[in-house]
Ligand binder design. Structure first.
Ligand code: PGA
Length: 265
């Protein structure tokens, strides 16, 4: 088991009012009380709930993240939210290039690169999402698509600048569909992402230090197998992060991985 951080992140997408979000965050805080060996827990509510979720988690070991941002810092960009605004509400993580952003809002590998640069500049921890469509998988293009996404996202950034990087491998066909990517296959792609990063940084082992999460229909019933995989360091969870009773067992799955890593030291 590696010394990489284990991260369990909940992407609440466009769900929850402020009161509902605070209630869910409080239930998660209550659910982890008294536990010491926990994964890094990250809650990513809609922008409108960030302040409430931050307040609800209080001093608990739970980080808060945003699901998207504009890469520029201020200006005439109607409807956008800047990195400094996200930091201002106490969020420390930012999800970048989620497939729904790429699919419905025209995000491309180059906008992902701009956002990643901006996130790093503003000291937000980036979770960069990559993953292939069903057509791409069926055409045997998974590795080329994913490695291209990784290469484009990281363009012009040094490994020192990229130190906080987290990558999430999220096969698009597995998101919100209940279709799970087989854990061994997800592990293979996670390892491929890591070796792509090593190649990009010319034979360094930088990729070996980058946490790679899996996302796509993660549930309490799948997390144990996923967390046994040596190259999967956690999960980015959509649907199953919306209810404490479903998300807490996923956190517990991440905690087991942490315990195993500690006992192997
Ligand atoms: P899902 O979403 O867990 O509902 O499949 C994952 C994601 O989109 O990050």
């Amino acid at each position: 088991m590696s010394s990489r951080k284990t991260i369990i992140a909940g992407n609440w997408k466009m769900h929850k009012t402020r009161a509902e979000a605070a209630e869910l965050a409080k239930a998660i805080v209550d659910g982890i009380k008294g536990q010491h060996e926990l994964p890094e827990i990250v809650l990513c509510p809609p922008f409108t709930c960030l302040v409430d979720v931050k307040a609800a988690v209080g001093s608990a070991r739970i980080a808060v993240g945003a699901q998207n941002m504009e890469h520029r810092d201020s200006g005439a960009f109607t409807g956008e939210i800047s990195p400094s605004m996200i930091k201002d509400v106490g969020a420390t993580y930012i999800v970048i290039g989620h497939s729904e952003r790429r699919q419905y809002y025209g995000e491309t590998n180059s906008t992902v690169n701009l956002k990643l640069k901006s996130a790093l500049h503003h000291k937000l921890i980036p979770i960069v999402c990559v993953g292939e469509s069903l057509d791409e998988r069926e055409a045997d293009l998974t590795d080329s698509v994913v490695s291209r996404q990784v290469g484009a996202a990281l363009a012009d950034l040094s490994k020192d600048e990229l130190a906080p990087l987290v990558v999430a491998y999220e096969p698009i066909w597995a998101i919100g569909t209940g279709k799970i990517c087989d854990s061994k296959e997800a592990n293979r792609v996670a390892a491929m992402i890591r070796s792509t990063i090593n190649e990009l940084y010319h034979g360094t082992s930088f990729g070996d230090t980058v946490p790679v999460l899996y996302g796509g229909s993660v549930k309490a019933s799948t997390i144990e197998e996923q967390m046994k995989q040596p190259d999967i360091d956690g999960a980015l969870v959509g649907g199953a992060s919306l209810k404490a009773e479903e998300f807490l067992p996923i956190i517990a799955g991440g905690a087991k991985r942490v315990q195993l890593a500690t006992s192997n030291k």
